[in-house]
Design a protein around this ligand. Structure first.
Ligand code: NAD
Length: 494
C-alpha cells in the first residue's frame, strides 16, 4: 500500500505520529494509499524550517525570484498530464477536467513571474521641502495554505505562487483526501530552484490545522473549503493575531430571462451543474427560470442529461466521474431522495442505475424547488441541479440577494440593459453574463461575498499580492546641513 508522507526542508519526511488517513480510489471504493497525519511536533518542525529559510529567501533579488517562477511555469507546463493524472486518480474527476484545473492553476504561476512589476511601490518627490515619501511592499514571513479536496492542484497554486514570489516561505496543508498532487508540486518547486525549506507540505486533519492557527510564527493563513470551517479558521486565526482570508461554500444561481437563447442556456447549465460531478464551488446548482420559458428550459436540460457519460476517469470518453467518498455520495443522494417529500418535482433521478463499485451518482434534476426546502437552501456539492420558477428579473434578483452565499452567479439574456443592471444590483463576488462559470483570470482576484468569504481580501491576482505583503511608507529627507535647525512645531508640509 502506497504511503504518502510530509515534505519538509526539500525532502520527503515520514510521519511519526502513528496517525494516518485513508486515500480512496473513488472509482472503485477501495483504499489506494494512506496519508500520514502530522502531530503538533511535526507541524512545529515544518514551521521552524520555513522560519529559518525566510531571511535568505526574502533577501533573494526579484529577478531571481521571478526566474524560479519562470522555471516552475515550464515544469508545470511540461508535466500537465502527470499532475492531472494524480488529481484524477485520487479525486475521480476525468482527465480533461483535471487538465483544465492544471491550466487554470498555471495561470497563477505565470502571473507571479511578473513579481518585479507587481511589487513596485509609489514615490512622491518633494512631498515637503526636501522631503520624499515612498511606499514599499515587504513579505510577511511564514504563511500557510489550507486547501480543499475538489481542486488539489489549482487551489494550492492560487496561493503559493504569489506568496513565494512576494518573498514569504510557505506551509501547505492540502486535503487529506487527495494529497499526492501537492507532493509532486513540491518536487517541481525544488527542481525549479526554490531553496529547501521555502515550501513545505504537512498532511493531516484538525490537529495540523489547529497548530497552524495557534503557532505564533505563522503570519497569515489562506483557506479554501466549506463555510463552517472557513468561519472557524477566520475567527480562530484572527483571534490569534494572524491575517486570514477564508473562502467558503456556495450556492450559485443562474438567472435565465425569457429572451435568452434557451439552447445555449441549457448547454451552459448542464455543463456548469454536472461538470466534475458538481463538486466545484463555482458550479451552477440553481436555475432561476422565468415562468414564460421554464417548461421549455427544463425540457431542454432533461433532454441533454441522458447523453452525459458517467464512469471511471480511467475509461476514455467518460465525462463525469464519481464523488469523493461514499459518505459524501450518500449525503448528496439524500437530497435527491428527500426532494419529493419536500414538495419539489424529481424530473431526473440520478440515484438509479449508477456504475457498479465506487462512489457514483448520475445527474439529477429537481424542479419546483423553493426557499425553505433543504435541496434549495443547502450547498449539496454534487451532480444535483434544482430549478426555481420566477416571474422575471426582479423576482430572480431578490432570491439571489437573499441567499446566504454570494460566490458566483450568472445571467443568461440577450438584453444588454438587463445584464448591466444585474451586474450593478447583484450581491455576489463573481458574475457571469452569458458565462456560466465566471472564474476570474489570474490578473483579477477570486472571491465571493457573504458566507462565501471571511476576511477582507479575495484570493490571487492583485488582492493576493496585497494579502501576502505588508506595506511600509518611508518619509525621507537628506537635508542640506547648512539649513538644519531645531524646530519644536508639528511637522507640516511647507
Ligand atoms: P472542508 O472544509 O471539509 O476541508 C477544507 C480543509 O479544511 C481541508 O484541508 C481539511 O483537512 C480541513 N478541515 C476539515 N475539517 C476541519 C476541522 N474541523 N478543523 C480544521 N480543519 C478542517 O472542505 P472540502 O470538503 O475539502 O471542500 C469542499 C468545500 O470547499 C465546499 O464547501 C466548496 O464550496 C468549498 N470550496 C470553496 C471554494 C471557494 O473558492 N469559495 C473553492 C473550492 C471549494
Amino acid at each position: 500500500m502506497e504511503r504518502i508522507s510530509h515534505w519538509i526542508d526539500g525532502r520527503v519526511v515520514a510521519g511519526n505520529s502513528g496517525r494516518s488517513g485513508v486515500v480512496f480510489d473513488p472509482a472503485t471504493g477501495e483504499q489506494q494509499a494512506s496519508v500520514d497525519f502530522a502531530s503538533i511536533e511535526e507541524v512545529d518542525q515544518a514551521i521552524a524550517v520555513a522560519k529559518a529559510a525566510f531571511p535568505a529567501w526574502r533577501s533573494t533579488n526579484l529577478s531571481r525570484r521571478a526566474e524560479v517562477m519562470f522555471h516552475m511555469r515550464e515544469l508545470v507546463d511540461a508535466n500537465r498530464k502527470e499532475i492531472a493524472s494524480l488529481i484524477s486518480k485520487e479525486h475521480g474527476k476525468v482527465l480533461g477536467d483535471a487538465l483544465g484545473e492544471v491550466a487554470r492553476g498555471l495561470e497563477n504561476i505565470e502571473y507571479a513571474t511578473g513579481i518585479p512589476n507587481l511589487l513596485k511601490g509609489g514615490y512622491s518627490e518633494q512631498a515637503s521641502s526636501g522631503v520624499d515619501v515612498y511606499s514599499i511592499k515587504q513579505p510577511l514571513g511564514v504563511v500557510a495554505g489550507i486547501t480543499p479536496f475538489n481542486f488539489p492542484g489549482m487551489v494550492p497554486m492560487w496561493m503559493f505562487a504569489n506568496a513565494l514570489a512576494c518573498g514569504n516561505t510557505f506551509i501547505l496543508k492540502p486535503s487529506e483526501k487527495d494529497p499526492s498532487a501537492s507532493m509532486f508540486i513540491a518536487e517541481l518547486l525544488k527542481q525549479a530552484g526554490l531553496p529547501d525549506g521555502t515550501f513545505n507540505v504537512v498532511h493531516g486533519d484538525k490537529v495540523a490545522v489547529d497548530r497552524l492557527l495557534d503557532h505564533p510564527d505563522i503570519q497569515a493563513i489562506s483557506f479554501v473549503g466549506s463555510t463552517p470551517i472557513a468561519k472557524y479558521i477566520y475567527e480562530t486565526g484572527t483571534k490569534n493575531g494572524k491575517r486570514v482570508q477564508a473562502l467558503g461554500g456556495a450556492k450559485n444561481h443562474m438567472l435565465v430571462l425569457a429572451d435568452a437563447d434557451l439552447d445555449m442556456a441549457a448547454d451552459a447549465v448542464v455543463s456548469a451543474a454536472y461538470g466534475s460531478a458538481g463538486e466545484r464551488c463555482m458550479a451552477i446548482s440553481v436555475v432561476l427560470a422565468s415562468e414564460a420559458i421554464a417548461d421549455d428550459l427544463v425540457g431542454k436540460i432533461e433532454d441533454r442529461i441522458p447523453a452525459i457519460k458517467v464512469g471511471p476517469a480511467s475509461e476514455e470518453g467518460n465525462e463525469m466521474g464519481p464523488l469523493i467518498t461514499g459518505e459524501h455520495r450518500d449525503k448528496v443522494r439524500s437530497y435527491v431522495e428527500g426532494a419529493v417529500a419536500e414538495g419539489a418535482t424529481l424530473v431526473v433521478d440520478g440515484t438509479q442505475d449508477v456504475p457498479a463499485g465506487g462512489f457514483f451518482l448520475k445527474p439529477s434534476l429537481i424542479d419546483h424547488a423553493t426557499p425553505g426546502m433543504r435541496c434549495y437552501d443547502d450547498e449539496i456539492f454534487g451532480p444535483v441541479l434544482t430549478v426555481t420558477r420566477i416571474k422575471g428579473y426582479d423576482d430572480g434578483l431578490a432570491l439571489i440577494n437573499a441567499n446566504q452565499f454570494g460566490n458566483g452567479t450568472a445571467i443568461f439574456t440577450r438584453d444588454g440593459g438587463a445584464a448591466r443592471q444585474f451586474q450593478f444590483d447583484v450581491q455576489v463576488g463573481m458574475v457571469g453574463i452569458n458565462v456560466p462559470i465566471p472564474v476570474p483570470v489570474s490578473y483579477y482576484s477570486f472571491g465571493g461575498w457573504k458566507a462565501s468569504l471571511f476576511g477582507d481580501t479575495h484570493m490571487y491576482g492583485p488582492e493576493g499580492i496585497n494579502f501576502y505583503t505588508r506595506s511600509k511608507v518611508v518619509t525621507s529627507r537628506w537635508p542640506d546641513p547648512r539649513t538644519s535647525k531645531v524646530d519644536l512645531g508639528f511637522p507640516q508640509n511647507r
